[in-house]
Design a protein around this ligand. Structure first.
Ligand code: SAH
Length: 211
């Protein structure tokens, strides 16, 4: 496999950060270089975000890993992602969901098109990329076991918590320039846990920062 040495090095680095073996195995199976522009491929196995065009970025591998670990995605789950970007994070979640399905929403059509191509090249079949304003969720395929938001939101969005199953979990960065990553669990009410500071591109749209 191309980039095998680089990929192994990255997985080792993530292991030292305390990422679970389950998530490491999923990340090992998804070739990140297929999800970045050709000129960035040499850096695909460095633990850093990279530009993917239209002012957007593919998240750093440790961020994808941490979010997947916190969300605890299990076989058969119905998962929604807001902010498909390159499709990489969705691909890792798709491996974790196994027989389940990932619906990923992207507001920029050209990115959605390349995300679809990237997923195809990587042989991932259980992801559907949809061009929409994800601040409204995706009611057509709700309710979801898990929702993962990959852009910075002004608040924990009710449109999203409303589309979660009871027992479901949402992960969402909240804030403007710097954000706090929140894990929200829906039981009778909503349990919110702050999981540390992060930096994401803004979530734009009806319930986001601006249109
Ligand atoms: N998960 C991606 C990285 C996402 S970057 C990956 O693995 O590559 C955040 C993405 O969210 C950007 O592509 C941006 O266009 C998108 N985005 C921002 N606001 C959005 C909205 N309201 N609905 C859908 N996508 C949105």
């Amino acid at each position: 496999m191309e980039f095998e040495v680089e990929s192994k090095g990255l997985i080792e680095e993530l292991r030292h950060h305390g990422i679970s073996e389950r998530v490491l195995a999923a990340m090992k199976s998804v070739p990140r270089h297929l999800f970045v522009p050709v000129r960035e491929q040499g850096d695909a196995y460095i633990d850093t975000p990279l530009p993917i065009g239209r002012g957007q970025t593919i998240s750093a591998p440790h961020m994808v890993a941490i979010m997947c670990d916190l969300l605890d995605i299990r076989d058969g789950m119905n998962v929604l992602e807001i902010g498909a970007g390159s499709g990489y994070h969705a691909a890792v979640m798709a491996v974790l969901a196994g027989s389940g399905h990932i619906y990923t929403v992207e507001r920029i059509e050209s990115l959605a098109l390349s995300a679809r191509e990237n997923l195809k090249k990587a042989g991932i079949e259980n992801v559907t990329v949809i061009v929409e304003d994800g601040t409204l969720g995706l009611p057509g395929f709700a309710p979801y076991d898990r929702i993962s938001v990959a852009a910075a939101s002004p608040e924990i969005l009710e449109t999203l918590t409303d589309q979660l199953k009871t027992g479901g979990k949402l992960i969402i960065p909240v804030g403007k320039t710097y954000q706090e990553l929140y894990l929200v669990t829906k039981t009778n009410g909503l349990k919110r846990e702050a999981k540390g500071g992060v930096v994401f591109v803004p979530l734009l749209g009806k319930k986001g920062f601006r249109n």
